[in-house]
Write a protein that binds this ligand. Structure first.
Ligand code: 5GP
Ligand code: SF4
Ligand code: MG
Length: 465
């Protein structure tokens, strides 16, 4: 998973991109980069780490021009390297090109093997580089046509920005897995993964890019088209559950409101009669916990405090003191929990290891009973569209019943929201416009589960964007 941002027609392009990336930092903390165009040359700066640590005034001064794109990259195990940091930049026969990609291509390995057999040399492990090779090899006359030809060959998830010396091209894949929105600030066009980035720079939110839409912005203005055949929408439901920032408007609805509604649905489906209070696992469980409290009438309280100084990329000092992990991030409030029957709401259970530690922490702080409520259905299948979920074997719900998971995490009771409940919370009870594969195993780009009746296999080893 990643965040992308782009702006055209603004003398402060790289400064505004820096702010936009800062607002999108939750979408990726491994590396960040900005590429700016002054109409002649592209200049790039990429580093490992957080946006605020990488960029400062002298660095941004070296990125002049009226157009820029930027990227924050999600941490995926094993491939945490500068060579995979984006935007990627290349020089090819058509000139200079920079690319920022959010998503994951499921046939990247297949295409890469073919390209390498034809003599292509790759600089990174990233699936995004495949798109660059396909563009460079295209015989189409215009840059836009090259982009369309290249993207017609790839399958999977992409919200992607291309910057040349003269134009910015933005494309959202035909399933619309990942978000991408269009805005405007002082006559400059802005593109961003989420509306929270538009809000920060005081840009007006105009609309979401349609699934399969291409937008070209150059000195003649903005040109939108639909170059791909329409297909079933597959907007990532997990963006609403966990990934996006709550203040964003995503796929047309407020993330905060949908999460709160998930909590209300959860309270109806999985009540906890006799409980004294509802608490959240911060930050991801907060909105759903408030919804649960409202619908159940059980008071909401703050039983867990999150440290703001431990990032997701926090490196634990050594194996022998690893068990401090969750305690570094969360601490329990004894005064709230002591002697209480507590409902604790979280957004998802992945491996179950964090949840187990949280339940133990609540009991150690004096909670009499812990009733764990989860605002998404059991996560049983890996994501191949850009969210870094572990392999199927590591997903506890792929091989354990709800009762078994409850026992493992040592909760007195455990309840998940239903698929229908989640669907209705995001405004699509039948889930005909969303991807739900990590819960349902129904992959929109063919069956991708190794071990299942697989028609084509993805390559989880490739770095995701
Ligand atoms: P578990 O109990 O499975 O060890 O961890 C569950 C926690 O992981 C939940 O609080 C949830 O917010 C968080 N989570 C869910 N998906 C992701 C993800 O893709 N990346 C990270 N870093 N955390 C996640
Ligand atoms: Fe989102 Fe899950 Fe689909 Fe991946 S599999 S795109 S996380 S809904
Ligand atoms: Mg969480």
């Amino acid at each position: 998973m990643c965040g992308i941002f782009g702006i055209v027609g603004n003398p402060e392009a790289s400064n505004l991109t820096y702010l936009g990336l800062h607002a999108l930092q939750h979408r990726g903390q491994e590396s960040a980069g900005i590429v700016a165009s002054d109409g002649q040359d592209l200049r790039a700066h990429r580093e490992m780490g957080l946006v605020a640590d990488i960029f400062n005034a002298p660095v941004l001064e070296k990125l002049p021009g009226n157009a820029a794109i930027g990227h924050v990259r999600y941490s995926t195990a094993g491939v945490s390297q500068l060579k995979n940091a984006q935007p990627l930049t290349v020089e090819y026969v058509g000139g200079q090109l920079a690319v920022a990609h959010n998503g994951n291509l499921v046939n990247a390995q297949e295409l890469r093997t073919q390209l390498e057999a034809d003599g292509a040399i790759f600089q990174s492990d990233s699936d995004t580089e495949v798109v660059i090779h396909l563009i460079a090899r295209s015989k189409q006359p215009s840059f836009e046509q090259k982009v369309v030809e290249a993207l017609s060959k790839v399958k999977g998830a992409y919200s992607i920005l291309f910057l040349t010396d003269k134009k910015l091209v933005a494309v959202r894949d035909p399933n619309g897995f990942r978000p991408l929105v269009l805005g405007m600030v002082k006559n400059s066009w802005v593109l961003a993964s989420e509306t929270t980035a538009l809000d920060l720079i005081e840009a007006e939110y105009l609309r979401e890019l349609e699934a399969g839409e291409m937008v070209v912005i150059d000195e003649t203005g903005l040109h939108a088209s639909q170059p791909f055949p329409p297909t079933r929408l597959g907007r990532c439901i997990f963006e609403h559950v966990y990934f996006a920032k709550p203040d964003s408007v995503l796929f047309g609805t407020s993330v905060y409101e949908t999460r709160k509604e998930m909590g209300r649905q959860l309270a109806k489906e999985q009540p906890a009669p006799g409980a004294d209070l509802v608490i959240a696992v911060p930050d991801s469980g907060v909105a759903a916990a408030i919804g649960y409290a409202q619908a159940s009438g059980i008071p909401y309280d703050v039983g867990l405090i999150r440290s703001h100084y431990v990032g997701r990329t926090f490196i634990e000092p050594q194996q022998s003191i690893r068990h401090f992990g969750v305690k570094l991030k969360l601490s329990a409030v004894r005064q709230v929990l002591k002697g209480k029957r507590v409902v604790v709401v979280d957004d998802s259970i992945v491996r179950g290891t964090t949840s187990r530690k949280i339940v133990k922490m609540l009991k150690a702080a004096g909670a009499l009973e812990v009733h764990l409520r989860i605002s998404s259905p059991p996560t049983q299948w890996p994501c191949y569209y850009g969210i870094d979920t572990p392999s199927r074997q590591e997903l506890i719900a792929s091989s354990h019943s709800v009762e078994e998971i409850a026992r493992y995490v040592t909760a007195d009771t455990l309840g998940y929201i239903s698929m229908e409940g989640l669907g209705s919370a995001v405004g699509d009870k039948e889930r005909t416009t969303f991807c739900t594969a990590c819960f349902s195993g129904k992959y929109l780009t063919g069956n991708l589960n190794p071990g299942a009746t697989s028609v084509s296999e993805s390559n989880p080893k490739l770095a995701t964007a």
